[in-house]
Design a protein around this ligand. Structure first.
Ligand code: HPA
Length: 240
């Protein structure tokens, strides 16, 4: 039965799902990288597709931006459609000098100014972390693809504009990039006992004020999605 925000029938989502923020990116991933991809939901234009990669069923669905939007879809995918493994494939702003435009950031932890983890669990100080095995599989896939990557902690911000926390404080805490969804993904996955990870491409270098062009974003985005799909395939064969 469809949920309030997803019109797919039960069974139309695969147990593994990639999660870009942008629904158009979900469509590009489905068309360019999946075999036999079929549109399974389009409520509010938030497109979701199911196809296969390396002989394994995989879905891809947009989440929108920020924890409030993405957590709605993640909750319903896990609780109502039985999705067990989720990888966010998104973009981020780098806040360390050695993290360059188009590099990959493989998320090892996500600090946040969002109240979502506290509102979910009822205590302060929850540490949102990804699934270790899935994250290791992403690292191995990035190595195999010879892409430049950094494994580190990120800061999941509730605000794109006008946040008051100075970048220096976030840098001092060891975060290498800023984005807007990972902490919520990890918290929801923990609550619902799913496995989640996140890989990001650097679309903005905040310190040097450099920004990727739309063509660069598109190209590096597909490289990253391929890494995430390879990681899902390797993780599935490791655990079966
Ligand atoms: N801030 C937050 N999220 C982002 C950014 C940023 O600079 N770039 C890409 N996602």
């Amino acid at each position: 039965m469809p949920t309030p925000h997803i019109s797919a029938e039960k069974g139309e989502f695969a147990p593994a799902c990639l999660l870009p923020g942008d629904p158009k990116r979900a469509q590009v991933i489905a068309e360019e990288l999946l075999t036999g991809a079929k549109l399974v939901t389009d409520v509010r234009g938030m497109l979701g597709f199911t196809g296969s990669y390396a002989g394994q069923e995989v879905s891809v669905m947009g989440t929108g931006m920020g924890i409030p939007s993405s957590s709605i879809y993640i909750n319903e995918l896990v609780a109502d459609y039985g999705v067990e493994r989720l990888i966010r494939v998104g973009s981020c702003g780098a806040i360390q000098d050695d993290v360059a435009l188009r590099d990959l950031v493989i998320v090892a932890g996500a600090s946040t100014d969002s109240a979502a983890p506290r509102n979910m669990f009822g205590f302060d100080g929850y540490a949102p972390v990804p699934d270790f095995a899935l994250t290791s599989a992403i690292v191995a896939a990035a190595e195999r693809a010879s892409l430049t990557f950094h494994v580190g902690s990120v800061f999941t911000s509730d605000l794109f504009y006008g946040a008051v926390t100075p970048i220096e404080q976030i840098q001092q805490a060891g975060c290498i990039a800023i984005e807007m969804e990972a902490a919520g993904l990890f918290a929801v996955a923990a609550r619902l006992k799913a496995r989640a990870a996140a890989v990001l491409t650097v679309s903005d270098q905040i310190l040097s004020n450099e920004h990727a062009t739309s063509q660069e974003r598109q190209d590096s985005f597909l490289d990253m999605a391929r890494v995430a799909l390879e990681a899902l395939a390797a993780d599935a064969s490791a655990s079966s």
